[in-house]
Structures are given as structure tokens and as C-alpha cells.
Design a protein. Structure first.
Length: 219
């Protein structure tokens, strides 16, 4: 069995959805201007691969410690349907249809929240999702931490490998689409690496290795 794995932010979507979520939380007064500015800085640093993601992610999740996971999941669904779903790139829609016609599994592989990853897979007609896993207490409240490894870099590859082994998929014969240099290890592990509107470092590597560099357009 083969699969086509798709990063979410700036790949399937034409935007970093983390930025949209931060704006949404600011509008709802769940975060203040200082926290919003910090979130924007983290988003830029992540895009340029200039931040320790484990540290950044724990700091971000600490804001939700003690909050109901089910309530955040419900709010994420409302937000996704209202602000994110329409940001699917036209080229992404075509690629999903192409891989579906080949009989391949379609999988979201993302550093986003599990709530967003799940709804994205559902709304975009995909078979599965792989993302970070948030830890909860016995009451279903978030602990402000995640189950390692974080779904980025080597951790993203590890999660993709685990999922592939569990579902009879050969990662080495599959396809992966992404925009980010942080996903280099996954790109190197698949048969068909595909680069979408890449960041500067990934663009240089893709050109050197003659990986296809695609423009899926704006939603």
C-alpha cells in the first residue's frame, strides 16, 4: 500500500493556520496583545527554522492547562469551518484527487493540533491524520504538554513511520508534500518528495537535488 502524505500549513493551506488561530483567540480575548505578538514571532521563527520547537510548543500549550479538551476541540471545529477550510490551495485539491484516483491513502501529516488535523482530514476527504498528541488528565482537561515526540523534524518522521507500519504502508514508496525545511527528514524518506512554495533553505536543497518545486496557487 502506498500513501500520499500532506503537510497542512502553507502546503494544503495557503496560510499558516497557527496565525489564524492566534488572531481568533485574540478576538475572543483568550489571549492578550503581548501573547499575540509572541505567537507571531514564533510563527516566523518556525518558518525560518530558528526556534527550538519543543520549548516553543510547551510554552504555547501551557496557556491551555486545565481547560477542557472537548471545549477546545469544539471551538477548533467552529474556527476551522469558518476561517480555514476555504484556504485549501487549488493545486492541493487537484493533487488529492490525483492520488485518490491512484488508490493511494491520503494522510495529513502536520505539527498542528490534533483537533485541527482531524477536522482537516475529514473536510478534505482524506483517510487519516498524524499530528501532535495533547496530554489530558482523568477529567479530560489539558495538562499543557504533549506526548513525545513532537511532530516536527525527526519526530515527524518517527510518527509517519509508526503510522505506516501500523497500516501496511511503505513510506519508502510513498509521496510527501511540504513547504518547510523542518520536514527534510520525511522528504528524504519517501520515494517522491514534492516541495510546495518552499522556504528559502528548502528551495535551495530541492533545486540541488532536483526535487519538483510546485506552485499550488492561492485559495
Amino acid at each position: 500500500m502506498k500513501a500520499a502524505f500532506f503537510d497542512l500549513d502553507r502546503t494544503l493551506l495557503d496560510v499558516n493556520s497557527g496565525v489564524l488561530w492566534a488572531r481568533h483567540e485574540l478576538k475572543r480575548r483568550q489571549i492578550g496583545p503581548l501573547q499575540f505578538a509572541q505567537a507571531m514571532g514564533w510563527a516566523l521563527a518556525y518558518h525560518l527554522s530558528l526556534v527550538d520547537m519543543n520549548v516553543m510548543y510547551r510554552r504555547a500549550l501551557s496557556h491551555y492547562r486545565g481547560k477542557s479538551a472537548r471545549e477546545i476541540e469544539a471551538e477548533t471545529q467552529r474556527w476551522f469551518l469558518g476561517q480555514v477550510e476555504r484556504r485549501l490551495r487549488p493545486g492541493a485539491r487537484a493533487a488529492l484527487a490525483e492520488h485518490r484516483a491512484r488508490g493511494e491513502l491520503l494522510v495529513v501529516l502536520t505539527n498542528a493540533s490534533p483537533y485541527e488535523a482531524q477536522i482537516a482530514a475529514q473536510r478534505f476527504g482524506m483517510d487519516a491524520w498524524i499530528s501532535n498528541v495533547y496530554l489530558e488528565d482523568e477529567r479530560g482537561c489539558l495538562l499543557g504538554d504533549f506526548e513525545p515526540p513532537l511532530c516536527v523534524g525527526a519526530g515527524k518522521l518517527e510518527r509517519a513511520q509508526r503510522w505506516s507500519q501500523a497500516h501496511g504502508v511503505r513510506l519508502s514508496e510513498s509521496t510527501f508534500y511540504t513547504d518547510s525545511y523542518t520536514d527534510l527528514q520525511v522528504l528524504e524518506a519517501v520515494a517522491a518528495p514534492r516541495v510546495i512554495a518552499p522556504d528559502p533553505r528548502l528551495r535551495r536543497i530541492a533545486a540541488k537535488r532536483q526535487w519538483p518545486i510546485l506552485d499550488w496557487g492561492k485559495a
